[in-house]
Design a protein around this ligand. Structure first.
Ligand SMILES: Cc1cc2nc3c(=O)[nH]c(=O)nc-3n(C[C@H](O)[C@H](O)[C@H](O)COP(=O)(O)OP(=O)(O)OC[C@H]3O[C@@H](n4cnc5c(N)ncnc54)[C@H](O)[C@@H]3O)c2cc1C
Ligand code: FES
Length: 509
């Protein structure tokens, strides 16, 4: 995942290559001045940039060029080839750019460029004096980062009930839980970032009320914070088991860094674990606990893991994949009680020192509900992510927005969507009035197998399969009324990106 030391490959681009060796739309990796460089051509323009995505170091040369941008094959970040700017999350940092010259039939890469000033110009009149963000997760952080990135200079307060600075939540069930990466990988930015950028972050602060008329948020303890624009990004909380014994210390849920640390500490002292729920998070936890050499049992009422989201074939594949790694499934049953052992409804008992419950989440809507914001199984927002109260925006797991691709009002629990909505809400709080129209994307990782998903299909009439699911090389199209609503893939990254572009074209049309 980390940048590490990259072995240089391909031609020395400082010496140059013949111009005819780079066609329109083509990318080529070489090196210049001791650094790896990606050369790309869009029409007459030639770009030289770093070939590594700034999210998890994905190989941009294996991604997709769309005009003068490049999209990362792993989690669909997008970079501007002219400026290096990270145009789309999950990447937040720019890629490096180099000068490039095309002369006398040769292309040569020159010196590294200064990072240019970024795109958006904010009219002074449009700048609110005080922006408050409630929530220090994906949406809240991405909003704050974007506000400062585009030059917003007035007061910016971020209130988070979490004790830790914003972190990479998806890692908590994957590499961090598995012990494959150190803590340094987890924070999205170190603590100095907030001070240097004038983001007044208040950690461990629970917002308990909103006064929409006075434009104030109320903190537990009685203090108030005033705003001109407010972003609600309170995310979701895990659904808990309500069976006898579910309140014992050996039973965990996983949402926060503290939750992940508690599971790691328990796993170190455990031999056997039960994961309740064959959801993405449940199964990622199962994989990570197997990496820690625990015996892992997964208990779930489903016939197949993840069938409801990914269909039968993918469900069978995921089950087989986990069984090959030693996970023992107990499907079509549920836990009934937990004492010294976990009792299942089908009469089985499983010994366990650790139970992790991953049976879904509920959006945290209390603040919105008490303030009488319009709700619709989430906070209802318009295309600008503005709630029913003018000047109050919502983003991430709590927001139900009009998704132009599906034509439905949807709410999802995807990291990338939360970040992109945070960024879009940030710009709209500054008066940009740009509809949020990005096609949803999520990924999940099980052992060394990534699953990517683009679009949104709560129901489908048909799944069209290209390739071989069991062979770990496939692309599944979920079709509704003859139209592709979503695409899931394993090791078909380019096709997944192409499907995304296709869906965007449909939206634009
Ligand atoms: C373990 C795990 C793994 C995941 N893996 C993936 C993945 O691989 N791919 C993917 O697409 N998605 C994944 N997700 C989902 C993804 O993390 C969420 O969709 C995303 O974090 C939602 O962002 P958010 O900003 O809406 O909420 P969050 O990131 O949950 O942030 C909410 C923030 O609000 C704060 N807060 C809540 N209430 C209050 C209050 N009253 N006052 C003050 N602060 C408050 C919380 O402390 C938190 O800081 C994963 C989630 C988990 C838990
Ligand atoms: S590595 Fe590029 S988007 Fe994740």
């Amino acid at each position: 995942m980390g940048q590490g030391k990259t072995k240089l490959t391909g031609p020395d681009l400082a010496d140059g290559i013949p111009a005819e060796s780079l066609d329109d739309g083509q990318m080529l990796v070489g090196h210049a001045h001791g650094k790896a460089v990606l050369l790309a051509r869009a029409g007459q323009e030639i770009f030289a940039v770093s070939p590594h995505c700034t999210h998890y170091n994905g190989p941009l040369a294996e991604g997709l060029m769309v005009g003068a941008t490049v999209r990362c094959p792993w989690h669909h970040a997008c970079f501007d080839l002219r400026t290096g700017e990270a145009l789309r999350a999950p990447a937040l940092n720019p890629i490096t750019c180099w000068d490039v010259a095309a002369r006398d039939g040769w292309i040569k890469v020159g010196q590294k460029r200064e990072q240019p000033q970024l795109r958006t110009h904010i009219e002074p009149a449009a700048k609110p004096e005080r922006i408050v963000i409630v929530g220090g997760g994906a949406a809240g952080f991405a909003a704050a980062e974007m506000l400062r990135r585009v030059g917003y200079q007035n007061s910016l307060v971020m209130l988070s009930s979490d004790a830790a600075v914003p972190y990479d939540r998806p890692n908590l069930s994957k590499d961090y839980l598995a012990g494959a990466v150190p803590f340094d990988y987890v924070p999205l930015r170190d603590e100095s970032f907030y001070e240097e950028n004038g983001i007044k972050i208040q950690l461990g602060k629970n917002v308990v009320g909103l006064d929409l008329r006075a434009h104030e948020v109320l903190l537990s303890g009685g203090k108030t914070v005033s705003y001109d624009r407010l972003l609600l990004a309170t995310g979701a909380e895990p659904v808990r088991l309500t069976i006898p014994g579910a309140d014992q210390p050996l039973v965990h849920t996983l949402r926060s860094l503290a939750d992940s640390d508690a599971i790691i500490a328990a796993a170190k002292a455990s031999r056997q674990a039960v994961v309740v729920g064959a959801s993405f998070i449940g199964l990622e936890v199962a994989a990570s606990l197997r990496a820690r050499k625990l015996e892992v049992h997964v208990v779930a009422p489903d016939k197949r893991p993840m069938e409801r989201i990914l269909g039968q074939d993918m469900g069978d594949f995921i089950r087989t994949l986990h069984e090959e790694h030693g996970v023992i499934f107990h499907l079509e049953t549920k836990p009934r009680a937990i004492d010294e052992v976990v009792h299942l409804e089908n009469g089985e008992t499983i010994e366990s020192d650790l139970v992790v419950v991953g049976i879904g989440v509920r959006p945290r809507l209390g603040l919105a509900e008490n303030a009488s914001l319009r709700l619709d199984r989430g906070i209802a927002v318009d295309q600008y992510l503005e709630t029913s109260a003018p000047g109050v925006f919502a983003a991430g797991d709590i927001a139900r927005w009009p998704d132009p691709h599906s034509g439905e009002n949807i709410r999802v629990e995807h990291w990338v969507v939360a970040e992109r909505q945070g960024q879009a809400a940030a710009m709209n709080m500054l008066g940009e009035r740009k509809p949020f129209a990005q096609v949803p994307f999520f990924w999940s990782q099980h052992y060394d197998i990534p699953i990517n998903y683009v679009g949104h299909a709560e129901a489908w009439d048909e799944i069209q399969i290209d390739g071989n699911v069991m062979g770990k090389d496939c692309l599944l199209r979920f079709k509704r009324h003859g139209r592709v609503a979503a695409v899931a893939s394993i090791f078909r990254d380019l096709q997944s990106l192409q499907a995304e572009v296709e869906m965007e074209r449909e939206v634009a049309a």
